[in-house]
Design a protein around this ligand. Sequence first.
Ligand SMILES: N[C@@H](CCC(=O)N[C@@H](CS)C(=O)NCC(=O)O)C(=O)O
Length: 336
Amino acid sequence: MSGSSDNKKIDTLKWADDSGSFKRQESQFRNFISNSPNSKFKPEVGRYHLFVSLACPWAHRTLIARFLKGLTQIIGVSVVHWHLDSNGWRFINDEEEKQRKGSSDVSFGTREPFYGFDRLRQLYFKANPNYTGRFTVPVLWDKKLETIVSNESSEILRMLNTEFNSLLPSEYASLDLYPEELKGRIDELNGWVYDNINNGVYKTGFATKQEVYDKEVKNVFEHLDRVEELLKNNYESSNKYEFLLGNSITEADIRLFTTIIRFDPVYHQHFKCNIKMIRHDYPHIHRWVRLLYWKIPGFNETTDFQHIKYHYTKSHVGINPHGITPAGPLPNIMPL
Ligand SMILES: N[C@@H](CCC(=O)N[C@@H](CS)C(=O)NCC(=O)O)C(=O)O
């Protein structure tokens, strides 16, 4: 396996530093697909490919945006196996490929389609032989230049939102997940949702000191309370707003959704975010998440509870040494 031994500095399964805290690293590939005249990465049908894990909330964002923006025939997708080990994410092997073909409901993941790589890290080394960071999903791959355009989901979301519009039918091109008039409010919301909720559950779950956990878990619920209040006020206003910033979905909804849909099934028990549950304690967040999941095409289709539950409970051996996946809560998401 080329590239696998080249990076000894990263221990994929070590999350917290010596202070007991988890710090997410900065993504290193930060190019933009753009229509501008001297752009290296122009929007083109079939040129770009997303590598994702269905377990990962950051990758999940990009899958939702790809679906909502009608890009499923324009940007391909490959899915890593749900298990993350000390060499990072892997693609499925021959045996799994056979099983996958024989059964429609065993969805382990896919093969790496371009080079037959076993591991995601090999794509990182193909793009940059001297790469030294973590090997994270999502990866937006350029088949033409054989490199990574971006491994930062928040920026991939923005590219998908605008840069392919010239290739899309008007109903998709006109959908704007980051509209001009809401930019300020979306950025403000994303800022605290990211730090305290999206990443907050990880900081709670990966804490290796009691006092770090105590602080982080409290913080997660303070901010869920704040979201609950926002959705309540929206819903009870004269406009009866259903979403975070009105009656249209924005990227703020997408970014919060991928954490909330994982909350009861995984974060509540596995990351010990168990002061409250969405389904029992947050009626407005619960209404909102079920509305997205059950009523808006793109949310249900991109959510795979098997990948989600198996990945966390069977990969984080430091948290769950025997890899037993809890049965409940059932169902994974309540009906509308
Ligand atoms: N800032 C990145 C974070 C992505 C990220 O941390 N992905 C996780 C999965 S949830 C990953 O691939 N982790 C593997 C590792 O860190 O080794 C983004 O939003 O794209």
